[in-house]
Ligand binder design. Structure first.
Ligand SMILES: NC(=O)c1ccc[n+]([C@@H]2O[C@H](COP(=O)([O-])OP(=O)(O)OC[C@H]3O[C@@H](n4cnc5c(N)ncnc54)[C@H](O)[C@@H]3O)[C@@H](O)[C@H]2O)c1
Length: 452
């Protein structure tokens, strides 16, 4: 099938590439000239495991084209995906300007019947707005062309996006138009050969499903972070509690890891946008507001632990920071907990030596050149001249480090483990003071002072 994708970011590029991989003829269009030029040269600007080789082979085979020309993309397509960003507005609601700009462009250039697919995460009612925007442009042109707007929210995870797209848990299609359902089934048939994974519903339910999924996952994280805060105060270890509850299949193991708070481009903005929608309809979303408030508090927690250890005397100290991306296997630092921590450390007069396996370039773009930040080449390089170590992202390569080497390198021999990667006993045996999240035992007995 001939498909065009508006927006060549994480979602648009993965969608376009995976559709091309199964044989569809795909044009990806973006307004970012540099991004499109790079993709034409075979340069994939984001880090996403497995994506680059697929982009190369499909581009070389002619099934995956890149352009900045929307007219070319619209002329090409039987199906158009809208996969542009929906960032938060000041009040938390989703900013639809990019989505509606694409809708206007489609209306201005459409010359044959077409299926328009909302893949961006958009508030309930957006498919209607997209439809009305296209219709208004067609009417300005004085033409009458059939088109249909369906909702098809995306559930891929950054870091495993290609795998998620190629082997989806479910494909949500929001429309009551039988022809549109048939077209979407044909488009996705190669991804669901072994088992039926289509869930077809009305468009508003599909739009709400995406927010409900992200809000549920964010809720699990904030719940566990709140339990961690309680564990810390009562002298319990949340890791034991996690083991104790995860085996209950009604609770499950996933998304019950306490940590430094959730970040990324989706959970924070989607929880806020859903809360905003509830307010707009006269409902106070108490649970969603609490989920967000707990997360905001959690993002401050590592810094609180650091302040507790040092009696707030942090100025002039140097912190090795392991991990900057909001989670492993991505270079994405949008709303990453590391950003809050670094700002707090700098405000307190501390210096940072940071290492992330993939996000260094992103960090350089965000923070620029500054005297209190050194971006290092390895986790051990980050330890050089540092007083303490803070682990912020749970990259696999941080899981089993050489603790003797850490103990030797750190002037103050203290480790703040923002992801509970380590066993406190093992760290303490190496002569390093340990702070984790919700590990009441180590918090109850804070240790101060530099190494003798
Ligand atoms: N990133 C994720 O993990 C993820 C997962 C599921 C859903 N989503 C949702 O998908 C949407 C896209 O997210 P993303 O992370 O891919 O965003 P992104 O910021 O990485 O990419 C958006 C792209 O759209 C382009 N763009 C903006 N206006 C355009 C226009 N008029 N025409 C063509 N291109 C245009 C931008 O230049 C940018 O390259 C958002 O609504 C997001 O909430 C994201």
């Amino acid at each position: 099938m001939r498909v065009s994708i508006f927006g060549t970011g994480y979602v648009g590029l993965v969608t376009g590439t995976c559709l091309a991989e199964v044989g569809h003829d795909v044009v990806c269009v973006d307004i970012d000239q540099a991004k499109v030029d790079g993709l034409k040269r075979g340069e994939v600007s984001i880090f996403e495991p497995g994506l680059s080789p697929l982009v190369h082979t499909n581009h070389a085979a002619g099934r995956l084209q890149f352009t900045t020309d929307p007219v070319e993309a619209i002329a090409h397509a039987e199906v158009i995906f809208i996969a542009v960003g929906t960032p938060p507005e000041e009040d938390g609601s989703a900013d639809l300007q990019y989505v509606l700009a694409v809708a206007r462009t489609i209306g201005q250039h459409l010359d044959k019947p077409l299926l328009v697919v909302d893949k961006s995460t958009v508030p309930v009612g957006t498919a209607d707005k997209v439809g009305a925007t296209i219709a208004a442009e067609l009417s300005l042109r004085g033409v009458d062309i059939d088109f249909e707007v369906v909702s098809n929210p995306e559930f891929l995870k950054e870091g495993d996006a290609v795998n998620d797209f190629m082997r989806p848990d479910r494909i949500i299609i929001g429309t009551e138009n039988l022809e549109a359902i048939e077209t979407m089934r044909r488009l996705y048939a190669p991804f669901v050969r072994s088992r039926e994974r289509f869930v077809v519903m009305d468009v508003r339910s599909a739009e709400l499903t995406k927010y409900a999924a992200n809000a549920m996952l964010a809720t699990k994280i904030s719940f566990m972070n709140e339990i961690a805060s309680i564990a810390e105060r009562v002298g319990a270890d949340v890791e034991m509690v996690r083991q104790g509850i995860g085996s209950d299949p009604r609770i499950g193991w996933q998304f019950i890891y306490p940590g430094a708070g959730y970040g990324g481009s989706c959970f924070p903005k989607d929880v806020q946008a859903l809360a905003r929608t509830a307010h707009q309809y006269g409902l106070q979303p108490r649970l969603l507001e609490a989920v967000e408030a707990v997360n905001e508090r959690q993002k401050e927690h590592l810094f609180e632990l650091i302040g507790r250890h040092y009696d707030d005397a942090i100025a002039g100290k140097t912190f090795a920071v392991w991990g900057l991306a909001f989670k492993p296997n991505t270079d994405d630092m949008r709303a990453a907990p590391s950003r809050r921590l670094l700002e707090q450390l700098w405000t307190a007069g501390a210096n940072v030596r940071a290492f992330d396996p993939e996000a260094s370039a992103e960090a350089r773009g965000i923070f620029g050149d500054r005297g209190d930040l050194v971006l290092c080449d390895s986790e051990y390089d980050a330890l050089k001249g540092a007083d303490a170590l803070v682990v912020v992202t749970e990259w696999k390569q941080f899981r089993s480090p050489d603790f003797a080497r850490i103990a030797e390198a750190l002037t103050d021999s203290v480790l703040f483990d923002g992801r509970n990667l380590y066993q406190p006993d093992e760290i303490e045996e190496a002569g390093i003071a340990y702070y984790g999240i919700g590990r009441g035992r180590s918090i109850a007995q804070p240790r101060c002072g530099a190494k003798e």
